[in-house]
Each structure stands twice: as structure tokens, then as C-alpha cells.
Write a protein that binds this ligand. Structure first.
Ligand code: HEC
Length: 139
């Protein structure tokens, strides 16, 4: 019994602490917030690259082509987030060509079991612009 006591006191103290924090809408608890996250986790990728011509051109084309139905910049939806794709593939001409091919012909198995449909109607040069934009999105 002696062993259990300090432990249960600890749990009690912890849970009351959490309660205090959770209910904290008063100013004093807000100022004790943890240290702010480093700069680049605070800035969204959109914010970071929005003035880059590659971003402007590629994102407009990706929206027009309907890629946004399955892809978001920083969150996985149906397909991987663009940020995840950019983290996986180096921004090289070889990878731009490879991924352009995957978008036009469709792909499956690189990210999971869900298939990306083919996009045979799209111009290769347009898809290249989209891929350059996707691979730009490094954190
Ligand atoms: C119907 C949903 C859907 C649409 C629309 C879609 N994608 Fe995808 N995309 C996926 C899925 C699912 C994957 C993962 C495929 C895999 O695992 O190989 C993927 C993968 C990718 C990849 C990574 C490919 C690889 O080989 O790693 C890129 C780049 C990409 N999509 C770009 C695009 C672009 C650009 C468009 C618009 C022309 C687009 N996607 C439209 C669902 C979609």
C-alpha cells in the first residue's frame, strides 16, 4: 500500500493540472503557454512559396485540372499531400519526368492501395508545371 500512495497522488496532481489547463480561458493561463514552435512549422507551405512563379503557375494548373479533389498541400486526403511527395522525391528533371508520367498514366502502390486515375487528357507540359510546383513544396 505504501508504494501505491505516492503514485496515486501523482496521478491526482496531474489530472487536476490538466483540468486546470483545459478549462483555462483566463489570461493568466494563456501566458504560460509552451514555447512557440520554430518558424517554418508555423508558416504554411502556401505562405512560404506563394510568390514563387513556379508555385503560382503550377497551383493554378493543378486546381484547373482537378487535382485538388484528391490532394492538399499539407494534409493527406485521397492521395498523399504535396508536401509528402516533395519530401520523398528530389527535385530533379528525372523525377519531374517520372512523376509526370505517373500522373498522365495513373499510378498505384507508391503510397498505398488507392489508385490515382490516369489523366490522358492533360498536356505533358502542363503536368510538368504541376509536378515542378509539387516538388517545390519542401518544408
Ligand atoms: C481521384 C483522386 C486523384 C486525383 C484526381 C489526382 N490524384 Fe494524384 N494521387 C492519388 C493517389 C491515390 C495517389 C497515390 C498513388 C500511389 O500510391 O502510387 C496519387 C499520387 C500522386 C503523386 C505521387 C506519384 C508517385 O509516383 O509517387 C503525384 C505527384 C500526384 N498524385 C499528382 C497529381 C496531380 C498533379 C493531379 C492532377 C492532374 C492528381 N495527382 C490528381 C489520387 C489522385
Amino acid at each position: 500500500m505504501k508504494l501505491i500512495k505516492p503514485f496515486s497522488i501523482g496521478v491526482l496532481a496531474l489530472s487536476s493540472l490538466m483540468y486546470a489547463c483545459g478549462g483555462g480561458s483566463d489570461k493568466s493561463s494563456e501566458t504560460t503557454a509552451t514555447t512557440p514552435p520554430p518558424q517554418d512549422t508555423k508558416i504554411s507551405l502556401e505562405e512560404k512559396y506563394k510568390d514563387d512563379p513556379v508555385f503560382i503557375k503550377g497551383s493554378a494548373k493543378a486546381k484547373e485540372a482537378g487535382c485538388t479533389a484528391c490532394h492538399m498541400l499539407e494534409r493527406k486526403v485521397v492521395g498523399p499531400s504535396y508536401a509528402d511527395v516533395a519530401a520523398k522525391y528530389e527535385n530533379t528533371p528525372e523525377n519531374v519526368a517520372l512523376l509526370t508520367d505517373h500522373v498522365i498514366k495513373g499510378s498505384v502502390g507508391n503510397w498505398g492501395e488507392i489508385q490515382m486515375p490516369s489523366h490522358p487528357q492533360l498536356e505533358k507540359s502542363d503536368v510538368e508545371d504541376m509536378i515542378k510546383y509539387v516538388l517545390l513544396l519542401k518544408r
